[in-house]
Every structure is written in C-alpha cells, then in structure tokens.
Design a protein around this ligand. Structure first.
Ligand code: FES
Length: 300
C-alpha cells in the first residue's frame, strides 16, 4: 500500500560535508517500508522545485527509537546536489513534510534453510522487530551477503544489512573522495568485512569499487552460495554486470533513475530489460531493485 501523508521533522543535520541525515516521524510509511524502497518528498511548499524528489530509505522503525518515543520513524540520508536537496537542508524540527511512500519493490532477502533442510525466501518484514531498540533480527544464515555500494547508493544497503544482520557480511563501499564513504560505523557494528575504494586514493584502495571487488574474488568459494546486492551509479552497475561470472552469485541491483511521478504513471524512468515480453520496465514501479542479469546493460 502506498500512502501520501505528512511527516514531522525530528531532526535534519549535516553528518558529513554535503551529506545530511533527516529523521521524520511518519507512522503510516514507517510501518510498511522495507529495505530498497523509497519515498518521494516535496522539498518546498511553493512550486520551486515543482516535482517531488525520490530518496532511498536509510532506516524505518515502525515504533520510534528516538528519545521522543512517538510514532514510527523514517531516516533519509541525502546528498545536497541541487535545488530540491538544497531546500531540504532548510527543513526545521517540527516542520511538516509531504511524503509519498513506500514506493517500488525492495530487496529480496536470501533464502534461509528451513527446519527440514529445504530453503525458502524470507520476507524482510519477517525479521523479528524489537520495539525497544528499534532493531530487527533475522535468524542467522550461513550464506555470505555481499554488498557493493557506490556513493549515496550505500544507504539502502545499510538498511538491508541492519534488518538482516547476516553472520557473513562483506561490504564494498566506493566513492570519489574519502568524505563520500558513508555508513562505515553501521557496518562496523555488524562486524562486516569492509573494503573501501576512492577514486582519488584518499581512503582505501585507489580506484573503483568494482576493481576492488574483482580483486577479492578468491574469498568467495564457488561451492558456496553468495548473495550480492548492489546500488550505485548506472556506470558502476554496468561494469559489475559486464565482468561478473554468470551464475556464480545471486545478484540484485538497485537502480538510480530520474523520476517525475515515482509511482508508475509517467513512464519517465524506464530501463531496457532482457525479457522479450517486457522489454521496458519502470525503475519506480517494477524496480528499483532488479535481478542484475535482467537489465540490458549494453542499451544503458
Ligand atoms: Fe513516473 Fe517512474 S517516475 S513512471
């Protein structure tokens, strides 16, 4: 179910140069959202900018874990990059914000072995939710979870990891400069194996996160299941798709796209797919998460 509603700003602060964390009390959306979904936010009450902006969810707590202890809470980690996000940096505590969400299809978690030994997919909502801490726990899985995030794309993956709390977590974070490397502390708390790359060499590996990932392939035995989730610029995902060995990983990719409506009406966000019956799909409606191999990357 998608709702249009007003949320109430709990806080809005710069956590890194050009990056802001926005906490909003918004029970109707927080109670429904899963990792990989997004919301459309109206950045101002006037017509500038006219269109809402899409934002991946960084956190969603059906019951607020903040000290204010009211309602459900959404957190959005966003980058100041244009007129809309510049307006958002001016959001004040207690201000009402117009939201639509949760939108799109989120990540599909890896299957868990059942008691009888057969595997089946698990809904992210099936995670046990702890209303006091605001955290969710999923019974551990032996499968490796690999997350590859470029820039602000790491945000939805941090949410996924926080919900699943996997035992074997490998996280690859890339950015142009060191201040573009986000969510490090979140992954440290989950005892993740962390790999960092910056294009200017100011932190970690000097190069792209995709080059770093492929330099570490021997860590992932072919005989074991590995679930790979990626989110970032199209160019990054394209490089991943071109180099990855078919069938070695179960891969999902969350796509970034320019969006006007955000709920499937305008067809302004389509991508070409490899399915003959549905050669074009909407990032906002059928996505933003797709199996990596279902996108026609050479057409992008
Ligand atoms: Fe309108 Fe996707 S943004 S259909």
């Amino acid at each position: 179910m998608v709702v249009q509603t007003k949320g109430r700003v709990l806080s809005n602060r710069e956590i890194e140069s050009g990056y802001f964390l926005l906490d909003i009390e918004c029970e109707p959306i927080a109670g429904l959202a899963v990792p990989g979904q997004f919301v459309m936010i109206k950045a101002s009450d006037d017509d500038h900018p006219l269109l809402r902006r899409p934002f991946s969810l960084y956190r969603s707590y059906p019951i607020s874990h903040s000290e204010k202890k009211r309602g459900g809470q959404l957190s959005i980690l966003y980058k100041r990059i244009g007129a809309g996000t510049l307006k958002m940096t001016e959001f004040k505590e207690e201000q009402a914000v117009d939201l639509i969400g949760p939108l799109g299809k989120g990540y599909t978690p890896p299957p868990l072995p059942s008691r009888r030994g057969s595997a089946g997919p698990v809904s992210v909502r099936q995670c046990r939710h702890d209303s006091r801490s605001g955290s969710s726990r999923l019974l551990t899985t032996s499968a490796s979870l690999i997350l590859i995030g470029g820039g602000i794309g790491i945000v939805s993956l941090a949410f996924l990891a926080e919900r699943l709390k996997p035992a074997n977590l490998f996280v690859f974070i890339g950015g142009k400069k060191s201040h573009d490397i986000l969510c490090l502390e979140d992954f440290k708390k989950l005892h993740a194996h962390l790999f960092i790359a910056t294009e200017d060499g100011s932190l970690g590996f000097n190069g792209t996160i995709i080059d770093l990932f492929f330099s570490q392939l021997e860590r992932f035995k072919k005989s074991e299941p590995h679930y790979l989730y990626s989110c970032g610029p199209m160019e990054m995902l394209k490089r991943l798709a071109r180099r990855i060995e078919p069938g070695r990983f179960v891969c999902q990719a969350s796509l970034e796209a320019r969006m006007a409506c955000g709920f499937g009406a305008c067809w302004g966000c389509v991508v070409k797919t490899t399915h003959p019956q549905t050669p074009y799909q909407r990032v906002c409606k059928e996505g933003p998460v797709f199996p990596l191999e279902s996108i026609a990357w050479d057409a992008e």
